[in-house]
Each structure stands twice: as C-alpha cells, then as structure tokens.
Design a protein around this ligand. Sequence first.
Ligand code: SAM
Ligand code: DTB
Ligand code: SF4
Length: 330
Amino acid sequence: MSKTEIRHDWSLDEIQALFAMPFNDLIYTAQQIHREHFDPNEIQVSTLLSIKTGACPEDCGYCSQSAKHDTELEREKLLPLDEVIAAASEAKSKGASRFCMGAAWRNPTDKNLDKVIDMITAVRGLGMQTCVTLGMLTEPQAERLRDAGLDYYNHNLDTSPEFYGNVITTRTFQDRLDTLKYVRDAGINVCSGGILGMGETPKDRARMLQELANMPMHPQSVPINMLVQVEGTPLYGADGIDAIEFVRSIAVARIMMPQSYVRLSAGRTEMSDEMQALCFLAGANSMFYGERLLTTDNPEADHDHKLFVRLGMQMESAPLESDQKACCGG
Ligand code: SAM
Ligand code: DTB
Ligand code: SF4
C-alpha cells in the first residue's frame, strides 16, 4: 500500500469537508494514516518547566503570565542552572524523553540566550531531548540554538490569522511565521500548534490547521491545547469547545500532517480518560507529562501511567542521537 501523500496545498473547503465527515469515518481515516507512520500504541512524553515565570510584556489573552492581566501569579527570575538540572533529572527518572523549558519573554536577549544554552547543554548531557519556547527569535539566535544542539523550538500560531487579533495585539501573526522560518531554516525541529476553546469558530480551527499544514515543512510536533481558563485573563469565561469537536480537530490534524507528532497538550485536567483515549485513537501520539505545565496543573504522572496501562500504550524512549534531527515533516 502506498503511503499517504504529504501535502502543503490544503484548501479550506477540503479541510471543512474533513471536519464534516461522519465521526466514525473521520476517526477510521485518521487511524489508518496514523498507522502508516507510527506505532499506534506508543506515546512520546515531554515534561515542561517554566524557567522564567510571569511579568511578560505581551498581552496574549489566554496567558496567566502577561503583565497586562491581573492574575494571581508571582513573577520569578530566570531559574539557576542547578534547579533546571534537578527538575530534568527527575523528569527523566519518571520516563520523560524530552524536557521542554519555557520562558515568559517577548524575545530572549543575547545574554539570556547564553544562560538558556547552558541549560540545553546540561539537559542534553542527561541523555534527554531538549525543547525551548522563548518567544520571538532572530535568525542568528536560531542558529546559536541549533549550534547548541537544541532538538525542538516551540512557537505556536495559536489560532487562525483572522481570529488572532482577538487574542493578541502586541505581536503579529506574521512575526510568528518569521520566527518559525528562522527555526526551520536553522534545521531545528519545529513544534507549532495552537489553542482551541478560545471562542473561535469552526472555520478558524480549519484555518489554523491550514496555516500549519501549508508551511514549507510540516512542524515535526503539533501541540493542540485546549484553553486552560485562568481567572484574570481576558479569555476567562470564553465559550469552550465541545469534546467531540476537539477530537475531530485532532483527527483532522493527523490526516493533514501524517508524519508529525500531534501533541495532546494543555487542558487535560478537564478531559475524561475516555476523551483522551478518543484523542489517541484520532492520532494524538504525544503529550505533556508531569503534574505541572508551565504555571497550571496537568494530570498526576501516576494517573497517566494507569491510563497507559489500561490502554496498553507505552511511553516512547529517547531516540538515538543520530535519529534526532528533522526526522520527518515532509
Ligand atoms: N512566551 C513564549 C511564547 O509565547 O512564545 C513561550 C511560552 S507560551 C506560555 C507557550 C504556548 O503555551 C502559547 O503559545 C500558548 O499556545 C500556550 N498556552 C499558554 N497559556 C495557555 C493556556 N492558558 N491554555 C492553553 N494554552 C496555553
Ligand atoms: C504548548 O503548546 N503548550 C505548552 C507548551 N507548548 C509550552 C504550554 C501550555 C501552558 C498552559 C498554561 C500554563 O501552564 O501556564
Ligand atoms: Fe508572554 Fe508567552 Fe504568555 Fe504570551 S503566551 S503572555 S508571550 S508568556
């Protein structure tokens, strides 16, 4: 059987037609495509750490860390290297293969980047894959991160270009595309996705997936977050997303980006085990693991373990160094 074609020319009509399929047909199609590229019973797990928390100058309407919103969050300075190493070692001992460090910056200064590079070097030294999310980058900064051996850079589109202005005003959709280009051109694996349940329309969800899939390369990792509603943020109280519609979005992402890891990201504390199982069936094959995301809660690792056992799923181990670079993405 020939493998599904990797496409970068999806039309909105085609994507909306996928969303409109009978649920069982959609999930079956997504699961078939999933099996062409992945072991259906394996899941890649990453643990997150906020290395610099709060007081961010951006105004992202969902975020607990924006200085523009009145949330309860305490601001913190950049964490010292030893605390980062301790957190990464613990994550490794619990089975995480990747450690993802997030900073509440609009963009890193070159001095900040020196310190983050020390963290990347140390975490790689533990035998873990590394991911960072630091805001906008310049081209030389992306190259420095590549030279440091960074495996993944996370930078989300967050939503459709049309809905974007309702969520963020301090940087543009194009700024995000520019950073993603620098990361991709540097040869770092791209992690980029968005958030559902911010009051966007079904068309916005289709448009966001269209933007992701029609990039010159599919992001190797596509996080699909469900909004974690944080009191004090503008999006607190937004219309959420129906669980079935969320699962459909995962399936459509899987069909459009067959070789990418689709990451079931924020919002799992609000999802039943059964909803998560449907997401795996729809093609989600990675997630965040450990009790904390950046500033909000994630399910207990022990609970996730039990879920994997109930579903007969295994956590993927860290790949060999030689397999790590840009394995896929079309
Ligand atoms: N400051 C950097 C940036 O925005 O690029 C990195 C950290 S930021 C917290 C990373 C991503 O987390 C955001 O782009 C957004 O998609 C997601 N995120 C943040 N807060 C969230 C929330 N309350 N619910 C769901 N996803 C959220
Ligand atoms: C992503 O798409 N989701 C993660 C990761 N990339 C950095 C972050 C989720 C943050 C959820 C809200 C919080 O904990 O602050
Ligand atoms: Fe700042 Fe990132 Fe939060 Fe936006 S999502 S406010 S850039 S930390």
